[in-house]
Design a protein around this ligand. Structure first.
Ligand code: ADP
Ligand code: ZN
Length: 477
């Protein structure tokens, strides 16, 4: 080796050393940054700061008691949830709710976000989770909040457990930590997501996030509460009409309402008004809408009316054909699970599923679309029935192909038939079409014959946005 070569080798070595050192330094820096992001605060929020969402709050009140008196539950060997999953649209107050939980229980609040863990150095995410739990355990009782849990807890595709991803490692660390502390520690992990459908089912198993609470977009009453909550902190002129603002804000989340009131307050300040007035809110509303891609108020109102008739159809036919099915609520506010919606609960889930029962269920599924057709005409049906159609088709296929309930194919399983004989399933397709068409026709007639009732329900829904079963039944003469 001549001296040039030696110099070159030294040069390369210095360069490599420099790069490695630099990487190490920035990795260290990143660790420090991440640790600082574990944000600890004592929360002064209470459930009073959260408007609406009555049922979610009730469910969380039980958790408050559990954090305060873990021994009480341990003595009974009652297993309380270690993990609570809050799911629902963005801005509906999930973070607020978790803070209020910590505030009510009077314990520290540790918050991280799943998105912070994406694209960090290998092993860092898992280490950070372990650190977080170590800190929380040291402080005794606490609420650990993980926002955007979907960023680390995504469904693994095709059950393919690679276990090599940084996300997987972080998730595994989380699950290990959660099973690693006892039921009597008074630590509760609260996670939030806008997309429960993308979550790995491993997260939802018992002993993990087994308490799942939906945080819904506010209905008219809840919106009034939220508006009131924020206006009560300001000087408000007499011309302000809460009902009007509630009507204006259909499909708004809590965060959007808070933003609207804040915008209105800014306008008031700009104009040196000493009070916030209805006109300030009106103008703020136009600003807020212009700034986003939100549909305008008129379109929202039209959408609400169409949805009201659709849901009224479901609700009426359900009460009429299957009165033993309890309706928890009928609502025109979309949920994360699908558009609009009525929530059913069957009496005890153990009723015998007869042929008649399946036909009735098909009719209930079709009643939304049927009502659209009856009240707005065949040409004006909407995409709102997509989900209903999917469910009905699947049920009808089983009716024909698996349950052997069709008169022309008694006791035949078509899956077996096609596997063993390699025949085409065109009979099933024809029969499914015939069955669905027949029941749809009956459903349209049923709605037509009860036009007044269905339209009364729809009008009430447009006005109130949510109806309970009692309210629904009180409308029957
Ligand atoms: P999420 O976590 O569901 O995205 P946040 O809790 O971050 O929503 O909500 C953002 C802000 O919107 C809150 O800090 C609060 O000001 C307001 N907000 C949302 N929902 C409510 C509610 N139900 N009551 C009062 N304020 C709310
Ligand atoms: Zn429907």
């Amino acid at each position: 080796m001549n001296s040039y070569q030696i110099l070159a080798v030294i040069g390369v070595l210095v360069f490599v050393f420099f790069i490695a050192f630099k990487n190490k330094k920035s990795a260290q820096k990143e660790i420090n940054n991440l640790n600082e992001m574990d944000y600890l605060s004592s929360s002064h929020m209470t459930f009073e700061d959260v408007a609406g969402n009555f049922e979610a709050k009730e469910s969380l009140k039980e958790i408050v008691d559990f954090i305060k008196n873990p021994d009480k539950y341990a003595n009974f060997n009652a297993r309380m949830p270690k993990g609570v999953l809050l799911y629902g649209s963005p801005g509906t107050g999930k973070t607020l709710m978790a803070k209020a939980l910590a505030g009510e229980a009077g314990v520290p609040f540790y918050a991280v976000s799943g998105s912070d863990f994406v694209q960090v150095y290998a092993g860092l995410g898992a280490g950070r989770i372990r650190n977080l739990f170590k800190k929380a355990k040291k402080s005794g009782k606490s609420v650990i909040f993980i926002d955007e849990i979907d960023a680390i807890g995504k469904k693994r595709m095709n059950g393919n457990l690679r276990g090599s991803d940084e996300g997987d490692r972080t998730l595994n660390a989380l699950l290990t930590e959660m099973s690693g502390f006892g039921d009597d520690t008074g630590i509760v992990v609260v996670a939030a997501t806008n997309r429960i459908d993308t979550l790995d089912s491993a997260l939802l198993r018992p002993g993990r996030f087994d308490r799942q609470i939906e945080i819904m977009l506010p209905d008219r009453n809840a919106r009034k509460d939220i508006i009131n909550l924020y206006l009560s902190k300001m000087k408000v002129s007499e011309d302000m009409d809460l009902d009007e603002v509630a009507d204006l804000t259909v499909y708004f989340s809590g965060a959007m309402i808070e933003n609207l009131i804040n915008e209105a307050a800014l306008i008031a300040v700009r104009e040196n008004s000493d009070k916030i007035s209805a006109s300030h809110v009106q103008r703020a509303y136009l600003n807020v809408l212009a700034g986003s891609e939100k549909k305008n108020a008129e379109e929202n109102e039209r959408q609400k009316i169409t949805t009201s008739y659709h849901e009224a159809g479901h609700a009426f036919v359900s009460r009429h054909l299957i009165p033993e099915n309890k309706i928890i609520r009928v609502s025109v506010i979309p949920t994360t699970k699908g558009a609009g919606g009525y929530t059913l609960s069957s009496p005890n889930g153990s009723e015998v599923v007869t042929k008649t029962r399946i036909r009735k269920q098909l009719s209930v599924l079709m009643a939304g679309r049927a009502a659209e057709e009856v009240f707005f005409g065949k040409e004006n049906i909407t995409v709102g029935a997509q989900n209903d159609i999917e469910k009905a088709t699947s049920l009808a296929v089983d009716y024909i192909a698996a349950y052997g309930m069709d008169e022309e194919a008694v006791f035949v399983n078509f899956k077996v038939l096609s596997e063993k004989l390699n025949i085409s399933p065109s009979f099933v397709e024809q029969s499914v079409r015939k069955l669905l068409a027949e029941i749809y026709e009956d459903t349209v007639k049923l709605v037509e014959n009860n036009r007044n009732m269905v339209s009364a329900i729809a009008k009430k829904l447009t006005e109130k946005e949510v109806l309970s079963e009692e309210e629904l039944d009180s409308m029957h003469e």
